[in-house]
Design a protein around this ligand. Structure first.
Ligand SMILES: Cc1cc2nc3c(=O)[nH]c(=O)nc-3n(C[C@H](O)[C@H](O)[C@H](O)COP(=O)(O)O)c2cc1C
Length: 173
């Protein structure tokens, strides 16, 4: 029999291998970038993606007000910008100006996308609900763009304090 060690349930959550880490952008005139690891596909058809945001974040207020947001997947070369947008608040500074990341106009939404990211997903908000200490903003993807030669191995993944990229492929399916 395999010996297992019981742990604090909150620490148990930290045992997930990793989640994608994304830069969400919300707002038009007052636009802001937030780093998020709580991101998930909620439906394939229609294509729905949810982001989990704590009420204490400045972005939470903007997300409540805005009809849309963009989800931008950073390549590993943007790790410092990802950390900056995940440690500083748009309440005190302009993260586009501070990081040098470029807001490009959305094609189907008012919130911009981030030029330097390898994927831009434009989302129209369809549902909002609270779970414990996070609010989930679920959006329908109404426009999706990737860089030429898109390679998912460049995408950053994160959990429990560690940034990584994907590892070996075990098997196709
Ligand atoms: C790698 C990483 C992942 C994060 N994931 C989340 C998340 O999923 N949800 C959340 O509310 N905050 C998350 N944060 C924290 C916010 O990004 C951070 O509090 C940010 O400064 C909030 O910005 P704002 O006040 O401009 O909205 C994460 C931070 C880092 C560095």
């Amino acid at each position: 029999m395999t010996v297992k060690t019981e742990m604090n349930p909150v620490r148990g959550i930290r045992t997930f291998p990793a989640f994608p880490v994304v830069l969400a952008v919300v707002g038009k005139e007052e636009k802001n970038i937030i780093t998020l690891a709580l991101v998930h596909v909620f439906s394939f058809n229609p294509p729905l993606i949810g982001i989990g945001v704590m009420p204490s974040r400045y972005s939470h207020e903007l997300l409540h007000r805005s009809p849309d947001f963009s989800i931008n997947i950073p390549g590993k070369e943007l790790v410092e910008e990802v950390i900056f947008c995940g440690e500083r608040s748009g309440k005190e500074l302009n993260k586009f100006e501070e990081t040098g990341l470029t807001p490009a106009p959305g094609k189907r939404i008012d919130s911009p996308v981030i030029e330097e990211c390898i994927v831009n997903l434009e989302c129209r908000k369809v549902q909002t609900f609270d779970t414990g200490d996070h609010t989930w903003f679920v959006g329908e993807v109404v426009c999706a763009q990737t860089v030429e030669n898109f390679d998912r191995e460049r995408a950053l993944i994160y959990w429990a304090g560690e940034f990584r990229t994907l590892g070996e492929i075990i098997r196709g399916r």
